[in-house]
Design a protein around this ligand. Structure first.
Ligand SMILES: C[S@@+](CC[C@H](N)C(=O)[O-])C[C@H]1O[C@@H](n2cnc3c(N)ncnc32)[C@H](O)[C@@H]1O
Length: 475
């Protein structure tokens, strides 16, 4: 086997915006996982690229005073909360700095000064949705290997171990979702074992139980969705009833039958087993109906803070046309609809648009319209005459005064940037879950816009992810 290149006594110079520590042995940039500035380590190269490499720590010589003991017993094996070794205040400090760094380095923006980051009130139990996997062969931890104990039953319900599609970590307690999430997972595992149901094996493509999704809302709703790999609605129903007997706060239960090789459940219908058909999420003055497959921001409390920033930033005299691009279930547009003349939302997933329409009805909002389609194509028609045979079915997108953007991680297509620059709305509010692509897009928008303010928001404590909002004004 080829020997890995290694380096000894390396001092971590800094950490960059994806959370890696930086060292420069022999003048070459090497990114190291799980380290803090000032720490001294030996490393071994794990992956090489043309301009840089990645390495893992093989020995520690000095640790940072900032470092703390991770609070979760699964930290070493679970790929979930990768930044637990840093206190939350320090995580926020770094994230705020990362936003400025990335805007300067990628966006070429001189001296960006973000407003103080909006941290979460609670840095644990902040997710409203978790997806647990069943597996016949669980991950054996180093501790278990060292103890020499014999493990006979290896069935597990928990999270996939980082980089291993076929190994699941048995989770005792997870700090990501509030009660009754842990009770539900524990009860589900016990019910499965008591009935000796088979656990799905992705390598062999056998086994009944595939995954269990738990969705909770700030308003107290608890939805469970069981995904099974065989056409056995009878077992799904019995399983879910037994689960609700053990955890009576379950208010809604569904199952999905997925007999394909692929874990993606989006093509398969969710069948209602019992209870409410939706759970309700409250967000400021609005309520949203959450269906089993609806997208909703995973941190409900911070979603409200994020939408509140957008609401406060909108410059309005009550008559403007606002475009909510990449609108999902219409949450941002609906949250600000009472401030402006009209809202038009565009989103590529038709089911999300159905939910947006349902949510405008639920909240008695009469000035919002939503269209399913690609932003790239529909935005190009904005304010224009629509000609051609399908004139009647083509949505009419008005010329916007204000645009709110919340694209996926890849950011904006060059064609969308080009159209925005020619439509020239007087205000653009750009919400991003990936500041590096946002910075790239800002560099293009700055041709006609100036940055009014920058607001990082922390939606995902204990991780490196950052949400960032930028307010742009036409020059
Ligand atoms: C980050 S989410 C925004 C969600 C929404 N603003 C919210 O706060 O709930 C991005 C959305 O863009 C949609 N999307 C991705 N590519 C798209 C495209 N080319 N055109 C329209 N929508 C797209 C995705 O389906 C997803 O709902």
């Amino acid at each position: 086997m080829k020997k890995q290149r290694s380096y000894t006594d390396q001092t971590i110079e800094d950490i960059e915006y994806a959370g890696h520590g930086i060292i420069k042995p022999e003048g070459r940039v090497v990114f190291v996982e799980g380290v803090l500035p000032g720490e001294i380590v030996d490393v071994a190269i794990t992956r090489k690229k043309r301009s840089h490499a990645f390495a893992r720590v093989t020995a520690w010589h000095a640790r940072s005073d900032e470092r703390r003991e991770p609070f979760c017993s699964h930290f070493a094996d679970c790929g979930g909360c990768t930044w637990q070794y840093l206190p939350y205040e320090a995580q926020l400090r770094y994230k705020e700095r990362f936003v400025a760094d990335v805007l300067r380095q990628i966006g070429d923006i001189e001296e960006p000064v973000p407003l103080p980051i909006l941290g979460c009130d609670g840095d644990t139990y902040y997710r409203n949705k978790l997806d647990f996997s069943f597996a016949p062969i669980r991950w054996i931890t180093q501790e278990e290997v060292d103890s020499g104990q014999t493990i006979t039953d290896r069935r597990a319900l928990g999270f996939h171990v980082k980089g291993r599609f076929d190994r699941v970590l048995e989770v005792e307690h997870c700090y990501l979702q509030a009660d009754p999430s842990n009770d539900i997972r524990t009860a589900a595992r016990e019910i499965a074992l008591a009935h000796d149901y088979s656990f799905h094996d992705p390598a062999e493509h056998t086994g009944l139980l595939r995954s269990l999704i738990v969705r909770t809302s700030e308003a107290g709703g608890v939805m469970v969705i069981l995904v099974i790999g065989e056409d056995r609605p009878d077992i799904a129903g019995a399983f879910l009833s037994a689960l609700a007997e053990r955890v009576p706060s379950i208010s809604s239960a569904f199952y999905i039958i997925n007999t394909t090789l692929n874990d993606d459940t989006s093509p398969h219908p969710a069948f209602h087993a019992f209870g409410d058909e939706t759970i309700t999420e409250r967000c400021g003055h609005l309520e949203f109906a959450i269906h089993p497959k609806s997208f909703y921001q995973t941190n409900s409390r911070q979603a409200e803070r994020l939408y509140t920033v957008v609401r406060e930033w909108i410059e309005t005299d009550g008559k403007e046309t606002l475009l909510d691009l990449y609108c999902g279930i219409g949450s941002i547009g609906l949250f600000v609809a009472d401030l402006v003349g009209s809202v038009v939302g565009i989103e590529s997933v038709p089911e999300a648009i159905e939910r947006a329409v349902e949510n405008s009805r639920l909240n008695k909002i009469g000035n919002a319209r939503f269209y399913a389609g690609d932003v790239r194509e529909l935005l190009a028609t904005a304010g224009g005459q629509i000609l051609g045979a399908d004139q009647a079915s083509t949505p009419v997108i008005p010329k916007p005064d204000i645009v709110v953007l919340d694209p996926p991680r890849a950011g904006l297509h060059p064609k969308v940037l080009e159209t925005l620059l020619s439509l020239a709305p007087r205000q653009i509010i750009y919400v991003s879950c990936k500041p590096s692509t946002q910075a790239r897009d800002l560099a293009a928008l700055l041709e006609r816009y100036r940055i009014e303010r920058i607001q990082p928001v922390d939606m995902f404590p204990q991780t490196f992810h950052i949400e960032n909002i930028v307010d742009l004004r036409l020059r």
